[in-house]
Design a binder for this molecule. Structure first.
Ligand code: DX5
Ligand code: ZN
Length: 225
């Protein structure tokens, strides 16, 4: 069943010159998870942060670090991100030849495992690995940059995945978070919620307006005034 709505601000939209303070401020403003976008300039056309930065940020928040790995190959870096303090490690099936093995690697590190579906990646990819998953991340933009527009076709995918997760749980499987990433604002957040999402990544709309605005931004994304 759909769980309480949670918000995972993406620090991709934070002030990188003050990242520790930004993580503390967004935590205090009510973030449920801290979403960390890791890009390699190869799997996606942008370069961001590595395990050293995750480790440096770790003391700044006790909230779960939701680390989204947009890198290929991904397997050689799983242990480094786990040791740096990630709580959830999410990978793209296109990041390597053996998704099941990658998920096992994450589990062997004692971390939660997620799989992320690009706009053109079909939902059926998750079927053989549902048992291994703690989270499914629907990309509602093509990964690589913050500030893009939400792709409406994502809503059908969210609905389809909601049905799969509910059937899995009804058959005795563990709950799986259904997360959406890209172009989330107050309007698209509501649509994702109605389609069955329980966790929303928000970069631009969480960090807009500076630290004084963060709590209001998160409250509105949750559907509050
Ligand atoms: C895109 C990243 C997203 C991004 C979201 O590749 O995975 O997490 O930061 O940014 P907004 O919320 O600005 O679309
Ligand atoms: Zn992301």
């Amino acid at each position: 069943m759909q769980q309480a709505l949670r918000i995972a601000p993406s620090i991709l939209s934070a002030d990188f010159a003050r990242l520790g303070e930004e993580v503390r401020a967004i935590d205090a403003a009510g973030a449920d998870y801290i979403h960390v976008d890791v890009m390699d300039g190869h799997f996606v056309p942008n370069l961001t942060i590595g395990p050293m930065v995750v480790k440096a940020l770790r003391p700044h928040s006790a909230k779960p670090f939701d680390v989204h790995l947009m890198i290929a190959p991904v397997d050689p870096y799983i242990a480094a991100f786990a040791e740096a303090g990630a709580d959830i490690l999410t990978v793209h099936p296109e990041s390597g030849p053996h998704l099941h093995r990658t998920l096992q690697l994450i589990k062997a590190q004692g971390k939660k495992a997620g799989v992320s579906l690009n706009p053109a990646t079909p939902v059926e990819v998750v079927d053989p690995v549902l048992e291994e998953l703690d989270l499914i991340l629907v990309m509602s933009v093509n990964p690589g940059f913050g500030g893009q527009s939400f792709l409406p076709s994502s809503l059908r995918k969210i609905e389809a995945l909601r049905r799969r997760i509910d059937a899995h749980v009804a058959a005795g499987g563990r709950p799986i978070d259904l997360e959406v990433d890209g172009g989330i604002n107050v309007e698209t957040a509501r649509a994702c919620r109605e389609a069955g999402a329980d966790l929303l990544v928000a970069g631009t709309s969480s960090f807009a307006g500076g630290p004084e605005a963060y709590a209001g931004n998160i409250r509105r994304l949750r559907g509050g005034d």
